[in-house]
Design a protein around this ligand. Structure first.
Ligand SMILES: [Zn+2]
Length: 337
């Protein structure tokens, strides 16, 4: 997966491509940031850009892989002899033997590539002993090898390991970036992709974990609630709407989750209405496919009201987290909107 096909992280990817082009890639780096935003894809892209047989160059990426040569294809399939990926086994941890093995292999010259690339995914899953075994190699890395450690909880790594690996920080993706990937690579419709992206906190991994019909349904319900509350102040009618938010069968845990998903959709829509009402950049809309409907809502939900409503949704989610009854939370919220 060449740099140009990865969603988001434009500056970081461009920087990586520049240091690879200039042969100044540090011998060890740490890719840190939330799960599901593309850290491992980027590590593989680095391995490809280094070892591609027909590298490309563009204004954005000084050196990028072609994605098609024998080397790129073997790296993508995980069978290139000079690109080694270490990850937790079934036990959930990275064993010291796994690391000793790659340390041994990294001492030799690459078989066919320019540099050997060792990717250690979920590096925090290596215990202190295993991490210590890596230390010496990180201190004096073999010249023809690059070590890429990946972690979404870098604080779990030994301080001594952290201090030897310059940190590349990955932030969350924007909802628009998440939605684009869901559409282009996972066959989502625009509507489903937008709904899932709005509840994914910038993580494609998280968006894919959400059941897409659940989030789509949740966003539809949240939209109905906003449209009704925009034009109707009658408390009785509002309590009726609260029933709409909590309706559905299931165990108490499922009821709680369902309301939480609906509340997050509500929050996401309110945030967007606030963006429109305050005339901020519409490129930031998470639910851009509903722009017309949101615009209509912004005539009754002005900047102040949408902000207050958003804060109320946030409090409702916190109460739900603390085990308040879904019914009580929904009733309270509907009177606050
Ligand atoms: Zn290539």
């Amino acid at each position: 997966m060449p740099f140009r096909t990865i969603a988001g992280h434009a500056r970081l990817l461009s920087l990586l491509s520049r240091v690879i082009a200039r042969d100044s890639m540090p011998p060890a780096v740490l890719m840190a940031g939330p799960a599901g935003v593309g850290k491992r894809l980027t590590a593989v892209a680095v391995a490809q850009a280094i070892n591609c047989l027909q590298p490309r160059s563009s204004a954005e990426f000084e050196r990028d892989a072609c994605g098609e040569c024998a080397s790129c294809r073997r790296i993508a399939r995980g069978v290139h002899p000079d690109v080694i990926i270490v990850e937790p086994g079934e036990s959930g941890s990275i064993k010291i033997e796994q690391l000793r093995d790659v340390i041994d292999r990294s001492q030799y010259r690459p078989f066919e590539g320019r540099r050997r690339v060792v990717i250690i995914d979920e590096a925090d899953a290596a215990g202190p002993d295993a991490q210590s075994a890596l230390l010496k190699t990180l201190e004096e890395p073999p010249s023809a090898s690059v070590f890429i450690l990946i972690s979404s909880i870098p604080d779990a790594l030994l301080q001594t390991v952290l201090s030897r690996c310059p940190r590349l920080r990955f932030g969350p993706l924007t909802p628009a970036e998440v939605a684009r990937v869901l559409i282009q690579e996972h066959g989502y419709s625009e509507h489903d992709a937008r709904a899932a992206a709005a509840d994914a906190e910038g993580s494609i991994g998280r968006a894919l974990e959400l059941r897409s019909d659940d989030v789509t349904e949740a966003r539809d319900a949240a939209q109905r609630v906003l449209e009704e509350t925009a034009r109707n102040n009658d408390p009785v009618r509002r309590i009726g709407l609260a029933r709409d938010l909590t309706e559905g069968r299931g165990t108490p845990g499922e009821e709680r989750n369902r309301l939480a998903v609906r509340l997050r959709s509500l929050g996401s829509l309110l945030r967007d209405v606030g963006i429109i009402a305050s005339r901020a950049d519409r490129g930031m809309l998470a639910n851009a496919d509903l722009e017309k409907q949101l615009e209509k809502l912004s005539s009754s939900y002005d900047a102040d009201r949408s902000l207050r409503a958003y804060a109320a949704v946030d409090r409702a989610l916190t109460a739900l987290d603390r085990n308040a009854s879904p019914k009580v939370v929904a009733d309270w919220l509907l009177l606050e909107l």
